[in-house]
Write a new protein. Structure first.
Ligand code: ATP
Ligand code: MG
Length: 306
């Protein structure tokens, strides 16, 4: 693992930066293609921390590429935005070290019109779904059986979209009906169907290696009528991964997890939930990096190296 985190990417003006999310910087390669660069930034409760997690950007990129290939093999006809993990020739002139650092954290992707939805699928009840259920017996407005406990498996995985908020704003959970109004009935049906299929394929793979995929978030874009899986896929940033062996004994409370729940919990105990300008303590950085590495290694079956 490299010792320092890369929280911003400098391409020395070789490519034009078109957008910067909480984690990624997007550069224009040409009209149809983007360079999708994952930094080592980390966010919790929609706030980006001042320091990052060394190696995280490269790990998320490798893991997404693993999943794009895996899912394409499992789901015939699935379209993804992934093109290649090699760099565009515009970056040929960058010094070797810079090229290497950018290459490990980047992929070239199809530049698409993004649907304004976070396409969440939940197989287990936790997080904001659990908070809502406790109040109203529903999840994103969908009625649920009574008597569920925190962390329980739902009878069937459910599609629970949210809005995609602007930078600095919070995503808002919405009903599937509202999502259909936002993107149109036909497109919403495709997104829902694909999301459930992707969740099931991902959960099956995770299960094989002793991990529960409690929930996850997909994003989709489109080019004309074609709906395409975009962004990152089934990573510890976009998913809750729980070790299967401790699930049952942890029912009714928080689950141990291979993701940033650990950072969220630290922020909460420090009274820093939602606070800007936080520097994460060094041991928390290290333990978070280890959790991300564990998730990567268990799921891909490969030891993690840059
Ligand atoms: P956001 O900034 O959208 O609130 P985020 O902080 O999760 O969310 P990042 O992951 O840092 O965002 O950046 C990725 C951004 O790139 C997201 O806004 C995502 O919707 C967008 N994106 C992903 N894939 C594509 C694509 N193929 N074409 C265009 N935009 C894309
Ligand atoms: Mg994102």
């Amino acid at each position: 693992m490299p010792s320092s985190a890369v929280v911003s990417v400098d391409l020395r003006g070789k490519l034009h930066k078109i957008a910067s999310g909480k984690i990624r910087d997007l550069f224009e390669v040409d009209n149809d293609t983007l360079l999708f660069v994952a930094t080592d930034r980390i966010s919790a409760y929609d706030v980006v921390m001042d320091n990052g997690i060394p190696g995280k950007g490269a790990l998320l990129t490798k893991m997404s590429i693993y999943w794009f290939k895996y899912l394409q093999a499992k789901i015939p006809g699935l379209q993804t935005h992934y093109i290649t993990n090699s760099l565009p020739s515009a970056l040929d002139a960058l010094p070797f070290d810079m090229r290497e650092s950018v290459q490990t954290r980047s992929m070239q992707v199809r530049r698409l019109e993004v649907f304004p939805l976070e396409s969440i699928v939940r197989g287990y009840i936790t997080g904001s779904a659990w908070s809502e259920y406790k109040k109203s017996g529903t999840i994103h407005g969908i009625p649920q059986p009574s008597g569920l406990v925190e962390g329980q498996k739902l009878p069937e995985p459910i599609w629970t979209p949210s809005t995609k908020a602007e930078l600095g704003e919070h995503d808002e959970n919405i009903t599937p009906e509202k999502a259909r109004q936002m993107v149109g009935e036909g497109k919403a049906r495709i997104i829902e169907g694909l999301s459930l299929e992707l969740y099931k394929a991902g959960a099956k793979r995770a299960e094989e290696v002793g991990i529960i995929l409690a929930d996850t978030k997909f994003e989709f874009g489109h080019e004309g009528e074609q709906v395409v899986l975009i962004d990152e896929v089934l990573t510890p940033d976009s998913s809750r991964f729980w070790p299967k062996e401790t699930w049952e004994q942890s029912l009714g409370g928080a689950q141990p997890s291979f993701d940033k729940q650990f950072l969220r919990d630290w922020l909460t105990t420090q009274g820093l939930k939602g606070t800007k300008g936080v520097t994460i303590a060094e041991d928390i950085v290290e333990q978070t990096a280890k959790k991300y590495r564990d998730a990567y290694e268990r799921i891909t079956g490969e030891s993690y190296s840059e």
